[in-house]
Ligand binder design. Structure first.
Ligand SMILES: [Fe+2]
Ligand SMILES: [Fe+2]
Length: 471
């Protein structure tokens, strides 16, 4: 356990060679994955990229760094180590041993949870396929590819579970994960945000901050699962996810820093002529990515999610740290809803409001980002601030989907809302302007005009390191 076997065709720490049937099944899926990667993965031709590859699942030193040709990246199956006597932490099976097999009664639901999670992983690779053509630096290009190969590995993680525990249905679902495509008319990805384009690097940083962060919270609930292989898989995925969060957080930091720098230098908010992204554009991108990411949390109240919890399939964020009975049958919470034309708090059983609970944790985390960016603005002497829009703004799912809410939380008529759309969400003009700044900078140590260089490079290397060799 822990060590990963790289002599195998599929690197793994699950003893794959002891299960010939499973090994053969996954080996027949592997070439399909590689042809999907070739068609839908990074479009920019490269010779090699400075990447980390998982070599163990130990807490420290689980990754190795080196220049790797992208198609030769060693995607594999890595689960966190089994805690010998883990028991179920919540719901009606609380205190019982965790499951090593899928209980028949929960098979369909568990498979669905895994498929939905699995579908997001290749989707983001597809969404980011063309970004290599316009990277602001080699450092950023490397980070993009690191995120891409790890999302590819997350797909492997889910496909392993489908093949190993869900029989023929699972194998069929694993095939379908490569057949749906982001933005496709005929066979789109399952969740809305994963069919939105990621056309430029500001969108990429916003995506890795807001949408990957949704992924972090979803994985956090699955890591609590009574189905132990799923819990251990998600636990290790969360370690990789930390880098994706870093790319988003520091990416937006660097955009904001550059914007503030240009505002001070030229004593104006209108920094577009100087090759920077005006703060208003940053705010509109933020509004868009935050609101579509909130939709990923589903409806505020859901009996399905209550059942997932009660049956032990999916817990809460940091379940162990919650100071309640972890069963919640008696508990109530206040949930926002629109009542008689006003936003009001409505009493709800805690069990059916678990999406609302998770969304609340996520929003608190996102506020941390906004605080951080406002500190950067203040440090540069700018008066302006960024804000997180109200959770009812621009929603397509849940209690606010049928309403028109301004970023400040005011309820509006459809017409009044539409009239302000261009002030709140990226307009065609905004997108065209950002696109006009997207020119590749591929010389080591150089960077595009619209973003500040990072404070640190990767794995102790300087910013000017040759992180990528182009083909
Ligand atoms: Fe992922
Ligand atoms: Fe991610």
């Amino acid at each position: 356990m822990g060590l990963i076997d790289y002599r195998e065709r599929i690197p793994n720490n699950v003893g794959l060679s002891d299960d010939r049937r499973l090994q053969r099944a996954l080996e027949s899926w592997q070439p399909k994955f590689l042809s999907w990667w070739g068609e839908m993965g990074p479009a920019l031709p490269t010779r090699d990229v400075y990447l980390r590859t998982a070599v163990s699942v130990q807490r420290d030193g689980w990754a190795d760094f080196g220049h790797v040709a992208l198609p030769e990246y060693r995607w594999g199956i890595f689960l966190s180590e089994r805690a010998g006597d883990r028991t179920i932490g919540f719901g009606r099976h609380k205190g019982e041993p965790v499951w090593q097999q899928v209980p028949g009664e929960h098979r369909a639901e568990l498979q669905r949870l895994i498929v939905v999670q699995g579908d997001t992983e290749p989707a983001s690779v597809e969404q980011q396929r063309h970004l290599g053509a316009t990277a602001p630096s080699l450092y950023d290009l490397r980070n993009l590819f690191q995120v891409n190969v790890e999302e590819g590995r997350h797909l492997w993680a889910m496909v392993y579970l489908l093949h190993a525990y869900f029989g023929r249905d699972g194998r069929e679902e694993a095939e379908s994960l490569l057949l749906r495509n982001s933005g496709s008319e005929d066979a789109p990805r399952i969740l809305g945000a994963f069919n939105e384009p990621t056309p430029d690097w500001l969108a990429f940083f916003m995506f890795t901050y807001f949408t990957d962060r949704d992924g972090k919270y979803q994985l956090g609930t699955l890591k609590e699962s009574a189905f132990d292989p799923l819990a251990r898989t998600c636990d290790f995925m969360l370690k990789e996810e930390a880098h994706h969060m870093m790319v988003g957080t520091t990416g937006i930091d660097r955009v904001v820093a550059r914007t503030a720098e240009l505002m001070r230098e030229h004593d104006t908010d209108d920094i577009a002529p100087y090759g920077g992204i005006p703060l208003g554009v940053v705010q509109r991108y933020l509004n868009f990515h935050y609101s579509v990411s909130l939709d990923l949390f589903g409806s505020e109240t859901s009996t399905n999610v209550a059942n997932y919890f009660t049956n032990g399939l999916k817990g809460r964020w940091q379940e162990q740290r919650r100071k309640d009975d972890h069963v919640l049958t008696e508990d109530h919470v206040a949930v926002d809803a629109v009542v008689d034309g006003h936003i009001a708090a409505v009493d709800s059983a805690a069990l059916v409001a678990l999406n609302h609970d998770l969304r609340g944790e996520y929003t608190a985390d996102c506020r941390g980002g906004v605080t951080r960016w406002n500190r950067i603005l203040a440090d540069h002497g700018a008066d302006a601030v960024l804000t997180l829009p109200h959770h009812g703004f621009n929603r397509s799912v849940g209690a606010f989907a049928a309403h028109h809410v301004a970023p400040d939380g005011t309820l509006l008529s459809a017409a009044a809302w539409e009239a302000r759309r261009a002030a709140w969400l990226p307009s065609d003009e905004d997108m065209a302007f950002v696109a006009s700044l997207m020119r590749p900078v591929y010389e080591p140590g150089r960077i595009a005009s619209w973003v500040a260089p990072p404070r640190q490079g990767i794995n102790g290397h300087p910013f000017a390191y040759e992180y990528v060799h182009l083909a």
